[in-house]
Each structure stands twice: as C-alpha cells, then as structure tokens.
Ligand binder design. Structure first.
Ligand SMILES: Nc1nc2c(c(=O)[nH]1)N[C@H]1C(S)=C(S)[C@@H](COP(=O)(O)OP(=O)(O)OC[C@H]3O[C@@H](n4cnc5c(N)ncnc54)[C@H](O)[C@@H]3O)O[C@H]1N2
Ligand code: MOO
Length: 423
C-alpha cells in the first residue's frame, strides 16, 4: 500500500481541464466494416451509389403492363379486352414482348416489360388471367417507377462525418454498398476502486456499499457511442489496481476509473498513476473537484509516450462521476468516435427556486426541467440535498444539469441559467 500523494497542482477551471483533454485525444483510425455493424458510428468516407435506385423501371402497382394507346378508349361502360401473355411477380427476370392488344399481369416491384408504357392497376380491370378487361384509360407512364428516380449510379448518397442512423444503413444497402468506412466506437475499460465496494445484490456488512459507479459509467459510455468493458472493482491495493490496468491496456482505447483520487491515505489511483505521468489536481467545479487525466503506458513503451490508452481518473462519489463524465469523458469519447458535434445542446432556463453554490467553483446542479401549460420551461434541483455528490438514488430524478458560474454563490428564483438536457 502506498500513501496518496498530497495535491500539488494548482486548480484548473473546467475549460482548462477540458481543453487539455481534447488536446490529447484524437479520433480513432477509420476501419471498413459491414453495414450491419455501423449503426451510430461516424462515416469516414462519402458513400456513392454503386447502382441506381430504382435500378430498373418497375411497377408501383399490382396490375397489368400494356401499351397505353391500346387502352385509350377504355371506359367502365365500354371496357377494352387484352390477351394476358405473361405473369410477372416481383423478382421475375422475364421481359415478354407485348404486341397490340396484349398485356402482362404484373406485381408491385416487378420489372416493366420494355414494350409497355403504363400500368393499369387491378382496380381498373376484371382481374382476368387469360384475357383482361380494362375499364379506365391509363395516364401516360402511369404507375411506373423509373430507373434512377431516387439516385443514379455514382451519386453521393451519404457524406463523411454523418452519424449513421437506421435510414443511412438502409440507403447504403439500397445503393449496392455492403461495407462502410467508419470511425470505430472507442473501447473503454471501466474500473471501480474501493475496498468498501460490493456487487449489486450482495448483502452489505457495516461500512460496505454497492458498486453503482461501474453500471453508471458503462451505461453512459454505451449511450455516448463507446463500447464499455467492465473490469469490475478492485480493493484499495496498488498492485491489484495496476495489474488490472496493465492486463487490459492493449485492448482498450481508454480507461475510466472511479474513486481513489482525493487526498486520503488510501487513494490508490493517484498513488499508482501519478508516478506514471498522469496529471492529478483539483478542478474548480462542484461536484467533481479531484480529477486525474493522462495516458496509461502500454507494456514495452516508455512511460512518457502519449500513445497508451487515455485514462480518466474520476472521483468516487457517484454524482461526481456523472458530472465528470458529462463534462470531460463524453466529449473526449465522441472525439475519438470521429464526431464533430461533441457537446450536448444547452438552453437558458429560469429557476423556480433558489439555492447556494460554493465560491470559486462552477456548480453542476442536477435539476428537473418542468414545462408549464404554455410550454415554458423552468428548473428546480432534483434532490433536497442540492448537488451533494453522494445522492446517487435521487440523481435518477434529474433530467438536466444546470451550470452555476464560478463567481456566483447564490442562485435566486427567477435567475436564468445555462442548462444541459441529459438522458
Ligand atoms: N480531506 C479531504 N477529503 C476529501 C476532499 C478534500 O478535498 N479533502 N475532497 C472530497 C471530494 S470533493 C470528493 S469528490 C471525494 C473524492 O474522493 P475519491 O475520489 O478518493 O473517492 P473515494 O474516497 O474512493 O470515494 C468517495 C465516495 O464515493 C463512494 N464510492 C466510491 N466508489 C464507488 C462506487 N463504485 N459506487 C458507489 N459509490 C462509490 C465511496 O464509498 C465514498 O463515499 O473526496 C472527498 N474527500
Ligand atoms: O467535488 Mo466532490 O466531487 O464534490 O464530491
């Protein structure tokens, strides 16, 4: 056991700490993967249509393909008879010749014979299979979906930088593309520290608590477009902590740890990582004051190389974990995932009650946004205890974080604050 080193670094503002982090992380190298695995990833290269959509003239209706001129006189009272010379379900490769007075029965999506110039829907016929009576004169080119009406071969269908949603994947598939160049989701090892931690569901003895940070972090990583890798929890033991990081360093793009970064005698995270060059110090925020950030060296590389996985050493208090993730980890992971939009949208909202905020620290208050009947939003703290960093159960009620600037020590009802809606 190594004693935690006292904090030496001067306090950073939230912006200074975030700038250092964003200056250190870069997007991951692009990879080419099957479309089916590309949901929510950022596209690295434009996608061009390999085939037109539609790729052939096809019928928009179940009906009959024929030459319009032959049915020009058709009315309900004086229907015109056609000989049915072919039957064309969708997928048929047939291209039957159609002479005067001849029709092909055709289903939606089937290729229109070259000799036909319109489709008569079955509603305007007697649905005959040998001969068919057409009871309404068709419009020119009626119900034919033309080749290339949507996109033509070579057209740009999706542009680089796009975050791929379900419709993007469908568009890529439709234009004949099977693989996409994307920035991969960062793989993030999640490790909780603390001898007091027990698995959720385990009965607790005096002094023990359930490990909620592992779940919180893994879920936030997944929600933020990363792939969480649960490494469980380690007791306050320097060697056990370092060993688990070393074991996984070459398998992850980042680590997020919680706990053990303050000034206590058992703050192992700082004790192990600070000598490896990871920065530790206070950030002028509440909650989330003690922070650590740097790179964890991969075996065989010099500890000074900035090539190992990024490591975010967050404080242990659960609300601090949540706020720290929102403020620092989420934008960094989104950067690694190639996103250009790395911050959530904010809005200015009026507070319906007041509260106190510590001097010289930006306060992140978990809040509930209420909307009145007129659609006007207001916020109130989500928990009776304000931004107390241990209030993990009440944190679930919050749907927003309100930011109180460093120099404000009291928020009054009616004040307007910058609010980030969180999920
Ligand atoms: N003398 C001082 N003490 C503390 C200071 C300070 O400046 N001087 N800072 C306080 C602040 S602010 C914070 S935040 C915490 C951060 O401490 P650590 O990062 O070292 O975290 P721990 O001591 O390990 O744990 C803090 C708290 O959180 C609970 N915890 C830890 N891990 C989990 C988990 N996985 N799931 C749920 N809860 C967890 C832990 O039991 C503690 O109650 O330091 C203050 N102290
Ligand atoms: O800064 Mo600590 O993270 O308030 O509880």
């Amino acid at each position: 056991m190594t004693l935690g080193a006292p904090t030496a670094s001067p306090p950073l503002s939230v912006t200074e700490h975030l700038d250092r982090i964003l200056g250190s992380v870069t997007r991951l190298p692009a990879v080419t993967i099957p479309i089916a695995h590309a949901l929510n990833l950022t596209l690295a290269e434009d996608v061009h249509a390999a085939v037109s959509v539609p790729s052939f003239d096809n019928s928009a209706m179940d009906g009959y393909a024929l030459r319009r001129v032959d049915a020009a006189a058709a009315t309900a009272e004086t229907p015109v008879a056609f000989r049915v010379v072919a039957d064309l379900p969708a997928g048929s490769a047939e291209n039957p010749r159609l002479g005067s007075g001849e029709a092909a029965r055709i289903m939606t999506g089937a290729a229109v014979p070259d000799d036909a110039d319109c489709i008569v829907p079955i509603e305007d016929t007697d649905q005959g299979t040998q001969t068919v009576l057409i009871s309404r004169a068709p419009q020119a080119a009626a119900h034919i979906r033309r080749e290339g009406a949507d996109v033509r071969t070579g057209d740009t269908v999706l542009t680089a930088g796009r975050v791929l949603g379900p419709r993007d994947l469908a568009a890529a598939a439709a234009v004949g593309v099977s693989d996409l160049s994307v920035y991969p989701a960062p793989r993030v090892g999640v490790l909780s520290t603390g001898s007091e931690l027990r698995e959720p569901g385990t009965p607790l003895e005096r002094g023990q608590i359930h490990d909620s940070n592992s779940l919180l972090l893994a879920a936030m990583i997944a929600e933020g477009g990363g792939i969480p890798i649960q490494l469980g929890s380690v007791p306050d033991d320097n060697n056990a902590f370092e060993e688990i990081l070393r074991t996984h360093a070459d398998q992850v793009d980042a680590f997020v740890t919680s706990g053990g970064v303050s000034v206590g005698a058992y703050d192992i995270v700082k004790a192990v990582l600070a000598p490896l060059g990871v920065w530790f110090g206070p950030v002028r925020m509440q909650p989330g004051k003690p922070q650590g950030f740097g790179r964890f060296p991969v075996a065989g590389e010099p500890t000074t190389a900035a090539t190992g996985p990024a490591i975010f050493a967050l404080p242990g208090n659960p609300v601090s974990v949540f706020v720290s993730f929102e403020a620092f980890v989420r934008p960094a992971l989104l950067t690694m995932a190639g996103r250009s939009q790395i911050f959530r949208y904010t809005q200015r909202v009026t507070t319906s009650v007041g509260w106190r905020s510590p001097a010289g620290r930006a306060q992140y208050m978990p809040t509930i946004v209420d909307w009145d009947d007129a659609g006007t939003a207001s916020i109130r703290p989500a928990t009776a205890g304000g931004s107390g960093s241990y209030l993990v159960a009440s944190l679930a009620k919050a749907n927003a974080l309100a930011l109180v600037p460093e120099d404000v020590t009291e928020v009054f009802a009616g004040d307007v604050l910058t609010v980030t809606l969180v999920s």
